[in-house]
Write a protein of this length. Structure first.
Length: 461
């Protein structure tokens, strides 16, 4: 597989050389040629002192993009280092963009910024951010945005777009769809930019607008749900409204992609039985500490499995051959459960599985478990008969086959139903992780397997 080189690897050595030579003029000119996203990608390749020097040499627009792309700890370092200069960073931005820029910061830092930012309207926007829950659409949106009036003409609306674009070119997505606001700030429609550009100059906005009701997102809605709506309709932007339908801001596809990526990362970590922070933590000791609680589920569950096995010690002494198939039966059940759980968690996370179709999906997964269990049970039973049939007769092979069948069927059923149960009690379905389902499956598999062994011994006697 071909390795893809980071773009930052091409310019980082040159920037380091210029920093070492203190050639500020050449350095400032060179920074203008670098994409700010790529500069943020290579940010950790510089020392803290060099990062601060580079940031101060950036133009306002580049600095804003770089700042937004950085990790929170890097943002905090810059804000602490530049102090009052943070006011210059926000002076050229619209108030809604100021609040969006600092949205990832801790609440205590945002409160401090309200004393640094000069524009009163920007301060008000920052204070609004503090009123929204961390994972709400309101905390993620671009407040304000372009607001057209229904009595405007297309010519007047285009002139407003031109004025706004001069100060908000950083987020062109904000102009892809323009929202129409009526009395009291109520959202009454939307006009795509391409429709506005092609319209006659004298055309009224009320004649051009279409309903936006299907795409409205409540300001307190969960970000994951908002991301599903934007993704479902392939929207470049969506309007955010309050409980009374008043227009509050705009949620962009770019912001939604960040949420989808974060949710996917979180789900992957949980499916692996780990804290999501493990994937991003740079500290070895913190990463290790975060794994311990999740491993406790497996640890406790397997102790229970060991306790079950100990109850069948006399059977094992008489029929030691059964031990050779125990890991394989447990592994088949664990894999079947993990497959069903992964499918269900993904479907619930993306909204693909609607509430009305969940029973159909459960039956589908249980059916798959039955078929796979029957197939692998038949194969494993055949292997058991060939290996031990002469000594223990057909009954041994049947017990192995039935154990594999029951294990895979129950595991698939658990994988299909546990995520739904978690979702309905308000717990992230991804918490129905592979270790949890595998542990339950192991308990069931071992119990069924050795219960059949007991029956086998009676048959042989």
């Amino acid at each position: 597989m071909m390795n893809i080189m980071r773009a930052s690897a091409l310019f980082v050595p040159d920037l380091k050389l210029l920093l070492e030579q203190k050639d500020w003029v050449t350095l400032k000119q060179g920074l203008k040629e670098i994409n700010p996203v790529e500069l943020a990608e290579g940010w950790r390749d510089f020392t803290p002192e060099d990062r601060l020097a580079l940031f101060r040499l950036l133009g306002i627009r580049q600095a804003v993009v770089v700042f937004e792309e950085l990790e929170v700890e890097d943002q905090l370092f810059l804000l602490k280092s530049i102090g009052e200069e943070a006011a210059d960073l926000t002076a050229a931005l619209a108030p809604g963009e100021v609040s969006h820029l600092f949205r990832k910061l801790p609440r205590r830092v945002i409160r401090h910024l309200t004393h640094v930012v000069r524009r009163q309207e920007s301060v008000q926007r920052l204070q609004e951010v503090l009123t929204y829950p961390d994972n709400s659409a309101g905390a993620l949106m671009h407040a304000g945005g372009v607001q057209l009036k229904p009595e405007m003409t297309a010519s007047q609306a285009l002139e407003m777009v031109r004025l706004v674009s001069r100060s908000q070119t950083r987020e062109p997505g904000l102009l892809s769809t323009l929202y129409v606001v009526g009395a009291g700030g109520a959202l009454i429609g939307q006009v795509p930019l391409h429709v506005l550009v092609a319209a006659p100059h004298a055309a009224k906005i009320r004649e051009l607008m279409v309903s936006a009701r299907a795409f409205e997102i409540h300001e307190m809605a969960d970000q994951e749900g908002a991301a599903q709506l934007v993704s479902k309709y392939n929207l470049l932007s969506a309007p955010v409204v309050d409980v009374e339908g008043r227009f509050k801001g705009v949620l962009l596809m770019d912001d939604v992609l960040d949420v989808i990526r974060e949710e996917a990362t979180e789900d992957i970590a949980k499916m692996a039985g780990a804290d999501p922070e493990v994937l991003t933590s740079r500290s070895f000791f913190r990463s290790t500490r975060l794994r311990l609680p999740w491993l406790m589920v497996t640890f406790g569950g397997q102790l229970a499995v060991a306790a079950v096995i100990s109850q069948f010690e006399s059977i094992l002494n008489q029929l030691i051959a059964m031990v050779s198939f125990m890991p394989l039966i447990a592994a088949l059940g664990g894999s079947a459960g993990a497959q069903s759980a992964t499918i269900m968690v993904r479907g619930l996370a993306t909204g693909e599985f609607e509430e009305s179709r969940l029973s159909h999906q459960i039956l589908r997964e249980v059916g798959a478990g039955l078929v796979c269990g029957a197939l692998y049970g038949f194969i494993l039973g055949g292997i058991a008969y060939l290996a031990y049939g002469a000594r223990f007769h057909m009954a041994f092979a049947v017990s192995v086959a039935l154990a594999a069948f029951v294990s895979m069927t129950i595991a698939a059923s658990l994988g299909a139903t546990v995520p739904i149960f978690f979702k309905r009690i308000g717990v992230d379905p991804a918490a129905a992780s592979t270790p949890l389902i595998s542990t339950i499956t192991d308990l069931v598999s071992v119990t069924v397997y050795f219960s059949l062994a007991s029956a086998l011994l009676q048959f042989m006697v």
